[in-house]
Every structure is written in structure tokens, then in C-alpha cells.
Design a protein around this ligand. Sequence first.
Ligand code: HEM
Length: 483
Amino acid sequence: KSGLLSIMEGLAKVGVPNEVLEFLFGWFEGGGEHPKIPEAKGSIKAVRSVAFFIPLYELYLTYGGIFRLTFGPKSFLIVSDPSIAKHILRENSKAYSKGILAEILDFVMGKGLIPADGEIWRVRRRAIVPALHQKYVAAMIGLFGQAADRLCQKLDAAASDGEDVEMESLFSRLTLDIIGKAVFNYDFDSLSNDTGIVEAVYTVLREAEDRSVAPIPVWEIPIWKDVSPRLRKVNAALKLINDTLDDLIAICKRMVDEEELQFHEEYMNEQDPSILHFLLASGDDVSSKQLRDDLMTMLIAGHETSAAVLTWTFYLLSKEPRVMSKLQEEVDSVLGDQYPTIEDMKKLKYTTRVINESLRLYPQPPVLIRRSLEDDVLGEYPIKRNEDIFISVWNLHRSPKLWDDADKFEPERWALDGPSPNETNQNFKYLPFGGGPRKCVGDLFASYETVVALAMLVRRFNFQIAVGAPPVSLVLCRYIFKL
Ligand code: HEM
């Protein structure tokens, strides 16, 4: 029996499709008794087209909460069912790894917290989570306010000149400035300058994005690394970022050595409250590649996600003046002309609901990626190890079976006096920050960051889509897909 199993696993490893294995070995383990996962056929072309969510959504409506998509020798399970998502993310999370995601992001994140699995992940998660303690997050609110104020000044100038502004790139710069200070006390100052380091961060980000949608991993071809000007540029950018990180780690280490603060649970250096400072003070190894991988991971994880949330929120608001007026009313009455404080976070209830609802309609990332490490049962279907799985948060968040008026932007669907919606109180039909042990470590940070930026901007400005602006459309999500 075990001999047969290892033959099957061997064949699976060399790329023999599941269907062929099933055909050859289906009799073994009583094959036909189990229900078979519905297979979406004849839809491959559609899914390869650019806006892949829409075909995956259509396929979900046809095939249901779990179905298989096959591309030549590869196949993927698409999950859009809350209880199966809960099983994979929480109940049996140990049986799943990050799979393809770890492969794609290796060049930039190495074994950082997002792609890492197993023991490395466990050890690093235990080191990093405490760094984002309550006192740290509260201190960050001041930073969010200052950064948002710098953006307001930039917008003031544009408004008085009657210029249109491209908010997507401004939000990207806002959140880069914030995450640089928050993670390693570095001021990119990207809202004012285009320095080499800012350009390097964007080069690396675009590369991660391109790799995630590339049909062939050309970067793995040895000679390509030396001849491709694009890869040389990426490598130079990575080197610049790594050198900068080395300098920052050295500066921070000196500060830690000189300070007289005792390390404790809510340890924080007021001059430098960064996550890096906490990690070094807690005894993290300054020379380790792991520390650099984790810093880089947080830089990327906390940057484009928050920028995308803000961009989509303003897009949604531009189409719903009713929501915008209600939002402005709340912001005026809570903040007046003060910077937001931690106490205000509880009072900005409608503002928070606007962000909650924007995250429902435009989750970042729209798909969570996993690979099964062992055989398992999803709903009523047995699955083998080595299955690549996409949990479609997009489908869960827009399912007509799970939501009334699923496509409507309606912050009122979340009661103001109720708890903030999360995966637990919504029983895994709402997963803006994932769920289970791999849930986002920056969820509270990101919620406050987006609430502060939203509040400060709508207090000062009205926004509308520029006349003659190109239509808004979805591009492939960041750092996700390789089909
Ligand atoms: C993981 C979303 C901001 C750091 C995740 C996951 C999601 C997510 C959905 C789970 C991924 C998975 O299960 O495969 C978001 C959104 C953000 C945001 C929507 C902004 C609105 C941040 C920030 C930080 C951060 C600001 C850092 C300060 C991380 C890390 C992980 C993660 C380190 C990996 C956790 C682990 O695997 O143990 N994020 N995130 N995120 N996020 Fe965030």
C-alpha cells in the first residue's frame, strides 16, 4: 500500500496531472466512493484574461464553493465557501503551506513572515507579533496624522492651481512614508522626493507583481540573470535596499546599546518606536538574513495593501455622495481641526465602517494562496497533498448567497454600535485580514492608518473623478497569480 502511495507521489511531483493519477490509481483507496470535486471545464481562456476575478466569480456561481481548474499539467482548487476557508485557514492550518506564493516572492522576501512556513514561521511570528503592541500602535497614530497632513498640503497646492491629481500614486507614497518610519525608522519622504531608494522600492514591487503574472519563470533560467537588463536593474535595486537596511540596522543597534531602557512587554523607545528597534532590543540577531527578510516583508506587506484600500475607498466614495456627506459630518464632529488620537479611533465609527465596507468590495489581496502538505477533506471532498489552493476572498465577499445587495457599497450594513466586523464574528465569510494563525499581524495598524488618512482628507477636501479620466478598471492583483 505504501509502495503505491510513493509511486503516486513521485508521479505527482514530476507533474503527472491529478486526473491521470486518479484514472490509474482510482481503484486504490476505494476511489469511486468519494464525491469528486466539480471541475470547471472549457473556461481556461476566460480565466487567463486580465481581470481574472470576474471569470473566477462567474465560475463560482456555476460550480459552487469548491471547484477545480485545470491548466495543462497544473490544476488549482478554487475555494469560495466560508466553512472550507475556515477549515484551511484555522481548523487544520498546519496541513497547509504558502505554496506558490513562497516561490514567487522568494527573491524579495526570502523566508520572511509572509512566505515562511513551519518552524521558521512559528519562531518569527512569536518574535514579531509582540512588537506591534498597543502602545506602539497608539504611537503610530501621530505618525499617520503627520504623514496625512503632508499629503493634504500637497493636495492644497494642486487644488489652488486647479490641477487634477493621481491619487493612486499619492496613496502609494503616503503609505510608503508611513511604513518606512513604522518598520525601521526611515523617512523615505517619497511624497516630496523621488530618491534612488524610493525608485528601488518601486522597481522591486513591480518585479514581484510581474513575476506573479508571468506565464514562464524566465528569471530562473541561469543565463537570463546575467543578460537581462531588467533583472540587472532589479538586482541593483535589491542591493540598494539591502545596503540601506544594513545601515539602518547598524544605526538602530548603536541606539539600543546606548539606551538604558529595560526591555519589557510594552517596550518602546520614544525617539524611535520602530518595529526594528523593538526586535533588536528583544535580542534579535543583527547580522541575520532572517531579520532583513522580515523587514522587507513588512515593508511590502504594509505598503501597497493600505495604498490600494485608500484608492478604492475614494473611488467608491466618489460614486456615493450620500456616504461622503455622512462621513464628513462624523469627521467634523469628532475631530474638528485636531489631529486624530487613539481615543478618536473609537469615535470615528462610520469612518471605520466605510473602510470595513471598502475592504469587503476590494479585498487586498483578493485571493489567499495555500498548498496542501497532506491528504485532507474539504467539505465532502477528499483531497491529496500537493494541491494548490486559492481561497477567493473576492468571491466570499461578493457572494449573493452570503450578502444582501452584495455589489452595493453600503457601510450601513455594519451596525454602528456593533463590533467591528472580522473573520470570527462573520464566520469566515469576511476575511479582510485573513484568519487563523496566519492572520495579518498589521490589522489594527492598517485599520487605524486608513481611518486616519481617510478622515483627514475628507475633512479638508471634496473628491470627484476628473473629467476625461480613463475608466477605472481592475488589473491583476499584486503579488498573487502565476497561471
Ligand atoms: C498577512 C492583509 C497591512 C503585515 C496578511 C494577510 C492578509 C493581509 C489578508 C493574510 C495572508 C494569508 O493568509 O495568506 C492586509 C491588508 C492590509 C495589511 C488588507 C492593509 C489594509 C499590513 C501591515 C503590516 C502587515 C501594515 C505590517 C506592519 C503582514 C504580515 C503578514 C500579513 C507580516 C503575514 C502573517 C503571517 O503569515 O504570520 N495581511 N495587511 N500587513 N500581513 Fe497584512
